[in-house]
Design a protein. Structure first.
Length: 133
């Protein structure tokens, strides 16, 4: 019931602007009260602009890797899961390929939305943090 033997790679161009923190660029998470099965690519801008790729099987398996990006400019990210090396990876703007150990894969057939270009706002009525893809 897992995609453990399958690797995947996603490439995306994105731009952030405004006071963004935890801005989801792309995600695929399972439904339910604890939406932990899946992955997300998320931007932070507290101090140095940071990009996080997180992946979980909904249980104890979690892979997490951070990189930096250029704020208020178009960036290119390549991220995913390598089942041969048992790791998650992230590469931003043709920089160093960053990795973290992860061997759990993702649960197959878990319902949940695929999200692209969302934003996390401190005040939903104030559109001051956005991502574009």
């Amino acid at each position: 019931d897992r995609f453990a033997p399958s690797s995947f790679t996603i490439r995306i161009w994105f731009k952030t602007y405004g006071d963004i923190d935890n801005g989801v660029i792309m995600s695929r998470l399972g439904d339910g009260p604890i939406r932990q099965n899946g992955f997300y690519l998320q931007a932070h801008r507290i101090g140095t602009p940071e990009l996080s790729f997180w992946m979980s099987d909904g249980g104890e398996g979690v892979g997490f890797v951070n990189g930096t990006y250029t704020y208020n400019a178009w960036n290119h990210a390549v991220f995913g899961f390598d089942s041969t090396e048992n790791e998650v990876f992230l590469k931003v703007n043709n920089g160093t390929r960053l990795t973290a150990p992860y061997d759990s894969g993702m649960k197959a057939f878990s319902p949940g939305a695929f999200t692209l270009g969302a934003a996390s706002l401190p005040d939903p009525g104030t559109p001051h943090a956005q991502t574009e893809c």
